[in-house]
Design a protein around this ligand. Structure first.
Ligand SMILES: C[S@@+](CC[C@H](N)C(=O)[O-])C[C@H]1O[C@@H](n2cnc3c(N)ncnc32)[C@H](O)[C@@H]1O
Length: 247
């Protein structure tokens, strides 16, 4: 199942837009693009880590921002290329924790929980260093990610269901000791079952702030989502913006 495209190989890529349809809703995408376009500024360039099929990159480019993407998955990037405007996005195939691209950017961003696809703390730290290395002084790194959902995990329990419906079951299996979580997706069609297990590393907001400091960045803003609602102790997600310190 796992090839050089990682967990986003041909079969996932083929159904990605459809299975994430709610994330393609303009009511979800436009507020993100508003924030990113503002941070990119009038003539700034934007770098997307994990550009995928272009859910955010394409509407951001349509606002006049030059966007470059990094992604491991050729299958996902093929879908981006096939869309109107797809050939206007430069893409480098590689790991966004370490891959270098030419030039500097006023904003780098990593959305839709994709920081959690890096399954070790070292890789997440490398990702912050890589973002900072691509930013102009004063440039910003933006992450959209869930707050770890451990409040749903009573002592002695390690599984949390996130989807239980006819033909589709999804549950997260936590290992709190290693800060890892594996999402299990089971689909049943025509009496045939398919199982996909995807490993993640969940990460705390304060831990991300420390990674930013290690990379020479400091927190500029943290919101509960792209509409810039205040981040509170009840927030289930956050959009955080770190800026590269001017040395
Ligand atoms: C959940 S999708 C998000 C795609 C797009 N950003 C969006 O919001 O729809 C995660 C994407 O990140 C890519 N990805 C995951 N880990 C990666 C890594 N270490 N380096 C580069 N790309 C990675 C996957 O191939 C996939 O295209």
């Amino acid at each position: 199942m796992l090839d050089e495209d990682g967990y986003f190989g041909e079969s996932v890529a083929a159904s990605y837009d459809e299975s994430s349809a709610e994330m393609f809703d303009p009511r979800v995408v436009e507020p993100a693009v508003d924030v990113l376009a503002e941070l990119a500024g009038a003539r700034g360039r934007a770098l997307e880590f994990g550009v995928g099929t272009g859910r955010v990159a394409l509407p951001l480019a349509a606002r006049g921002v030059e966007v470059h993407g990094i992604d491991l998955s050729r299958a996902m990037v093929e879908r981006l290329r096939a869309k109107p405007g797809g050939d206007g996005i430069g893409v480098t195939i590689g790991d966004f924790a370490t891959t270098e691209v030419e030039g500097t950017f006023s904003v780098a961003y990593l959305v839709y929980n994709t920081i959690m696809n890096l399954t070790s703390q070292d890789a997440q730290v490398d990702c912050f260093r890589n973002a900072a290395a691509h930013l102009e002084p004063g440039g910003c790194f933006v992450i959209e990610v869930a707050v770890p959902d451990l409040r749903r995990l009573p002592p002695g329990q390690d599984a949390v269901p996130f989807r239980v419906e006819e033909g589709r079951l999804g549950f997260d299996l936590y290992d709190v000791a290693t800060q890892s979580v594996t999402s299990h997706h089971v689909t049943v069609k025509d009496e045939c079952g398919r199982h996909l297990a995807v490993p993640f590393r969940y990460v705390w907001p304060a831990e991300l702030d420390l990674m930013a400091r290690l990379a020479g960045m400091r927190l500029r803003a943290r919101w509960d989502g792209w509409t810039r609602k205040p981040f509170t102790s009840e927030s289930r997600q956050h959009v955080s913006v770190w800026e590269k310190c001017v040395s």
